[in-house]
Ligand binder design. Structure first.
Ligand code: HAM
Length: 433
């Protein structure tokens, strides 16, 4: 029979790769927690209408990338393609506005988009997502951008570019859209890709950030939004940039950055890396004042971003994982030692050491090989002689030395090891005992 396989575009993430994900999550919790953000765990499944209304019916995501299906009662459900719409739904449904003026949430987890899989682009991918609801001050924009950059540098990532733009608001954008449409009407539609020809009649702004060379070439002389934004939007954007400058953050203005979701207005941004190929955007976000109201909630402004964990993982590489080396590994040379190994491992763990117990008996050589592969620092050997003498042999795998200690002293031995380990950890050592 054929072995079953994972769904195309979905992946199993084993260690040490999963350690890199843990490292990203721990860094997120630390950095975002220090900025007053609390974790929100959201459902993965929502009613389809949430995304149609939230992201926009004419976006690529809603038109062709959602995993949508009917439940047993015929209601249309969708695996979340992003987190913002769900955060806004949860915020409104749970009356968060009545409890606090500004709410700050971060969410971690899988998202689903039916895209063509390639390096850095999966159908199930993971995002680290932050949303700040209730603040419209430019300093809120600056702070969330600075927080994003702190998070990325906390991951040890440099050489990233923050691209930033303003999309204006519902007051000033129609005039710009009109000017852009007039420009596009003057173009031979054949110069645009298939998707952009369709966008001509529906979402012309998106043509600006199409990655196709032909579209880039054709729209080279297009009017820029910056020239059309109203004084309020211009002042807001200038204040955001000034605050970033005061705080020493670098950025690049990108007048073509319009993003692929319809809810954005004013500040929009992306962080790109030159080091991971075509899917270069490691984070994206922006302000979405009006979205909460459009989804039936109070009229509160919002701003947020999401980082793509697969892309960050490509940049971090496997060396970024924080997995601790195991302290011990049990080598059973006699099947009768299993009871003892079970309780001895519990004693070691009770003192703060970590390791795995292998309860199958085997030859010493083979078991030592397994201990080496396991990476543990100490191999705890229990053979027939040790069992008879109520002792255990502890082999230091780094030094090759070994001692035999009475089982009754195991807890004391473990306590000393655990204290030494904690001491090393405090001094920033590598954890060797
Ligand atoms: P987005 O730009 O669609 O924005 O996605 C954010 C990030 O998720 C991208 O920059 C990328 O790193 C990652 N990403 C997107 N699609 C994939 C994929 N198929 N495979 C791997 N990584 C992917 C949003 O999702 C907005 N909700 C961000 C936001 C939050 N705006 C305001 N608040």
């Amino acid at each position: 029979m054929n072995a079953l396989q994972t769904v195309k575009g979905f992946a199993d993430i084993f260690a040490p790769q999963s350690d890199v994900y843990t490292f990203m999550e721990n860094t997120a919790r630390r950095v975002f927690g220090a900025h007053g953000y609390s974790e929100l765990r959201l459902p993965i499944l929502e009613y389809t209408e949430l995304f149609q209304r939230g992201i926009g019916a004419d976006t690529d995501i809603v038109r062709k990338e959602m995993f949508t299906f009917a439940d047993r009662k015929g209601r249309s459900l969708t695996l979340r393609p992003e987190a913002t719409a769900g955060v806004v739904r949860a915020y409104t449904e749970n009356g968060c506005r009545s409890r606090e003026r500004v709410s700050r949430f971060f969410t971690l987890g899988p998202m689903f988009r039916y895209e063509r899989p390639q390096l850095g682009r999966m159908r199930q991918f993971h995002q680290i997502n932050c949303e700040c609801l209730g603040a419209d001050e430019p300093h809120a924009d600056a702070e969330i951008l600075l927080m994003l950059m702190s998070f990325l540098s906390g991951l040890g990532l440099a050489d990233l570019t923050l691209k930033i733009n303003t999309l204006g608001c519902r007051v000033c954008r129609p005039a710009y859209r009109e000017a852009l449409n007039a420009f596009l009407r003057g173009l031979d539609p054949e110069r645009l890709c298939f998707d952009c020809r369709r966008r001509l009649g529906t979402n012309s702004l998106r043509i600006l950030d199409c990655k196709e060379d032909s579209c880039r070439e054709a729209t080279r002389g297009a009017p820029e939004l910056r020239g059309y934004v109203c004084p309020d939007c211009a002042a807001h954007f200038d204040s955001v940039l000034a605050a970033l400058e005061r705080e020493g953050a670098g950025w690049e203005l990108d007048p073509r950055l319009v993003r692929g979701l319809d809810y954005y207005m004013r500040t929009t941004f992306e962080v790109v890396s030159a080091g991971i190929g075509a899917q270069s955007s490691v984070a994206g976000g922006g302000r979405y004042d009006g979205l909460v109201r459009d989804l039936g909630g109070p009229d509160v402004p919002g701003i947020g971003f999401a980082c793509g964990m697969e892309r960050l993982a490509l940049l971090i590489g496997e060396s970024g994982g924080e997995a601790e080396r195991p302290d011990f590994y049990f080598a059973l040379l006699d099947g009768k030692g299993a009871d003892l190994a079970l309780s001895a491992a519990r004693i070691l763990r009770g003192q703060g050491l970590a390791g795995a117990a292998d309860f199958s008996p085997g030859g010493l050589k083979g078991k030592l090989r397994l201990a080496v592969r396991n990476g543990a620092q100490f191999c705890m050997i229990l053979g027939e002689d040790e069992l008879a003498r109520e002792e255990i042999v502890i082999k230091n795998m780094d030094e090759g030395s070994q001692v035999s200690i009475p089982l009754s002293s195991l807890a004391d031995w473990a306590e000393i090891r655990a204290e030494t380990k904690r001491e090393r950890g405090r001094k920033g050592g590598c954890g060797n005992l």
